[in-house]
Design a protein around this ligand. Structure first.
Ligand code: NDP
Length: 262
């Protein structure tokens, strides 16, 4: 049974409603983040969409508005500290509260030890994929404590697998994000804030298209012989962020078409 199906009662009423909830999705200008922003909008949330590419954000904003309310668009680089503060401040100024933070923005840069390119790739990747979620988490926490809200970090199955040395920095950043998720969940549990991660395998997005071939990720076989669509990840993120998952914290949800079995 798909999660999308679970989200609907037989009467057609939504049973994972995010009506009046405020949700930030970073990296919402494309791929998984865009699909997630549209799904939360459809479920009634006030969504804050974050990314660097304004034209693409505007496109996603109109998709959100077509199924729900007009989102707040914040053009920001999550790795820039001032921008990170602006994401949270603008959200609170506009909506007065925060219920869910989806740390989804990420990059996949290739670099190896032997060719001497690992350090450049490491600095950029850790900055966006790991340090930025740590920073937005810290900034969002006082607001999430007030709403007993939650955080969903979009990690990767590559945090648990080394499929290619070219993605070493990426895998390391996602392994770090998984561990941060657990540490953070432990620290914030007594404040009523849940923290979880969703760890996709290959998903058909710009990231996979741009870097899949050069990093060899395209050649990795999944047990189910398929790659996922961004909307499948959005379904899982929505479930983890919902009241249905109220007993779940510190968990890492792998959705990889069985890549670890292949
Ligand atoms: P895309 O390349 O399609 O989208 C990445 C998004 O992140 C874009 O919206 C981009 O927006 C945003 N982004 C990147 N850097 C920054 C930054 N510094 N500040 C703000 N936004 C930023 O990739 P996916 O949708 O595939 O990736 C989303 C997440 O899913 C990532 O964390 C990725 O690691 C993870 N993932 C993806 C998999 C896949 O196969 N596709 C597999 C496993 C995990 P903009 O350019 O406008 O800034």
């Amino acid at each position: 049974m798909s999660l999308q199906f679970v989200a609907q009662s037989t009467s057609g009423n939504c049973i994972m409603s995010f009506k009046n909830k405020v949700v930030i999705v970073t990296g919402a200008s494309a791929g998984i983040g865009a699909a997630t922003a549209v799904l939360f909008s459809k479920e009634g949330a006030n969504v804050v969409i974050v990314g660097r590419n304004e034209a693409r954000l505007k496109n996603v904003a109109s998709q959100c508005a077509a199924v729900g309310s007009e989102p707040l668009l914040v053009k920001a680089d999550v790795a820039n500290d001032e921008d990170a503060r602006r994401i949270i401040n603008d959200t609170i100024q506009k909506f007065g509260k925060l219920d869910v933070l989806v740390n989804n923005a990420g990059v996949l840069e290739s670099g190896t030890i032997l060719d001497g390119t690992i350090l450049e790739s490491f600095d950029k990747t850790i900055g966006i994929n790991l340090r930025a979620p740590v920073h937005t988490t810290m900034l969002a926490t006082p607001h999430l404590v007030k709403t007993k809200g939650n955080i969903v970090n979009v990690s990767s199955v590559l945090g648990q697998l080394h499929v290619t040395p070219l993605a070493n920095a990426y895998s390391t950043s996602k392994a770090g994000l998984d561990h941060f998720t657990r540490g953070c969940a432990k620290e914030l549990a007594s404040s009523g804030v849940r923290v979880n991660a969703v760890n996709p395998g290959p998903v058909e997005t710009n990231m996979l298209e741009s870097f899949g071939e050069s990093t060899g990720i395209h050649d990795v076989k999944t047990a189910l012989g398929r790659v996922s669509q961004p909307e499948e990840m959005a379904d899982l993120i929505l479930y983890v962020a919902s009241e249905k998952a109220k007993g779940i914290t510190g968990s890492v949800f792998v959705a990889d078409n069985g890549i670890r079995l292949a």
